[in-house]
Design a protein around this ligand. Structure first.
Ligand SMILES: O=C(O)C1=C[C@@H](OP(=O)(O)O)[C@@H](O)[C@H](O)C1
Ligand SMILES: C=C(OP(=O)(O)O)C(=O)O
Length: 430
């Protein structure tokens, strides 16, 4: 049980947030399937990315780690060898789904297992489109883990996606890299494009047209690279929101990834009236910059399906921002939230209601009636075993008038092991 104290003096100072989770996963994966050494700097050493690292070790890849520096001795797709035991995906949807695409074209069978949350998450969204490329993935009757990926020769295809998901897209790209001709993947809506950007860096021929039509030339010679992982905007977002809603705050978050497929939360903060400024930094890879926010009065906002992919993991925070705005906000088109580490529509509504926020659950979103202050109804918040719900609760608690508590706060280690230390740096410990 964690004690959560109000931030009486606001948040101040600067912080370098940990490396991006999506980019860290992909750097391990591309490092492993490339030839030669890949060095990763500012790797996210959280539990999800550790699951990816361990999975590749179990597939026979030598990986050395010193803190946030990682060295991968890549062997190419052909260098992966059959693991002795099932690969443990832990809590990580990204590891599981991308791995299915990588393993689909091997010449061996791999079993995949995961924790109780991951075992509830839908995997047919990957197995079904992979079958269009000749991939064979066996799931439970419910379409969940445990799974068996039965490696098989893959063929090229043109596939129109039915779900807006970077994980599914990336799995299909990995399959297409192992196919017998050029493939085309058409996205439902544009989603984060880290796989495409990093593959180009490693030497693949992969092109995107109209923001959502991706063609993949198979069997590129991928060569090991140096990957500088930018700060994770999904982690930075917790403090961007804290700096906006907690009185007397001004903070700067340094070297945050500003890839436009990820910056929906910045658009939302600006639309709601947040005092936010960005200093873009020179970079050879993914765009990045320093973001400064100050305490701000917020207007309500309406968010629909088109915007969801660019802030999918920040939606709990958007709900928290809305709870502080002066009026009614509506989020729709966000049914994907129901299949994350928890049903994040249900858990956000439950946790915000404990704080006295007026929030109504919709099948695909929420209606939130913002107020300047809340009347806490239940001081015992819960992470519900979901890292992002835990961090949202901890940020909300900064604004409460009294101390609150949180159960299962260790779930936060999935994406941000140093979260409470970094929060303490900004609050000065109170
Ligand atoms: O590709 C990725 O790294 C991710 C994609 C998103 O999931 P979906 O692809 O299911 O939308 C996101 O929620 C997840 O945290 C990371
Ligand atoms: C949904 C998330 O991750 P994953 O799908 O990889 O478990 C997340 O980090 O919020």
């Amino acid at each position: 049980m964690k004690r959560l104290l109000p931030a009486k003096n606001g948040l101040h100072g600067t912080l370098i947030v940990p490396g991006d989770k999506s980019i860290s996963h992909r750097a391990i994966m591309l490092g492993a399937i490339s030839h030669g050494d890949t060095t990763i700097h500012h790797f996210l050493d959280g539990e999800d990315c550790r699951s990816t690292m361990q999975a590749f070790r179990d597939l026979g890849i030598k990986i050395e780690q010193a803190g946030t520096d990682v060295l991968i001795h890549g062997q190419g797709f052909d260098g992966l060898t059959q693991p002795v035991n099932p690969l443990d995906m832990g809590n990580s949807g990204t590891t599981t789904r991308l791995m299915m695409g990588i393993l689909a074209g091997t010449d061996f069978t791999t079993a995949l297992i995961g924790d109780s949350s991951l075992q509830k998450r839908p995997m047919k969204r990957v197995s079904q489109p992979l079958s269009v490329f000749g991939g064979k993935v066996e799931l439970t009757q419910n379409g969940t883990l445990p799974a068996k990926v039965i490696g098989h020769p893959l063929h090229h295809a043109e596939y129109q996606m039915t779900v807006a998901s970077a994980q599914v897209k990336s799995a299909l790209i990995f399959a297409a890299l192992q196919a017998d001709g050029v493939s085309t993947i058409i996205e439902k809506l544009p989603t984060r494009n880290h796989t495409e950007i990093m593959l180009q860096q490693f030497g693949a021929e992969i092109m995107t047209r109209d923001n959502r039509i991706i063609s993949v030339v198979p069997h590129p010679h991928l060569t090991g690279q140096v990957v500088e992982v930018p700060g994770d905007i999904s982690s930075a977002a917790f403090f961007l929101v804290a700096g906006t809603i907690v009185p007397n705050s001004e903070i700067t978050l340094q070297r945050v990834n500003l890839n436009p497929t990820r910056t929906g939360i910045i658009q939302v903060l600006l639309k709601m009236g947040a005092d936010l400024s960005i200093e873009e930094l020179p970079t050879k890879g993914e765009p990045l910059g320093n973001i400064t926010v100050k305490t701000s009065k917020l207007r309500p906002i309406n968010i629909g399906a088109e915007m969801i992919p660019s802030l999918i993991d920040e939606l709990p925070l958007v709900a928290l921002l809305a709870a502080c705005a002066n009026g009614r906000s509506v989020i729709t088109g966000a049914e994907e939230l129901r299949v994350k580490e928890t049903d994040r529509i249900k858990t956000v509504v439950e946790e915000l209601r404990k704080l006295g926020v007026h929030v109504e659950e919709l099948p695909d979103g929420m209606i939130i009636d913002g107020q300047p202050t809340w009347q806490v109804r239940n001081p015992q918040l819960a992470s519900c075993g979901d890292h992002r719900i835990g961090m949202m609760g901890a940020i909300a608690a900064l604004k409460a008038s009294d101390e609150l508590t949180m159960t299962n706060e260790e779930a936060i280690n999935i994406s941000y092991p140093d979260f409470f230390t970094d929060l303490g740096t900004l609050t000065g410990g109170n």
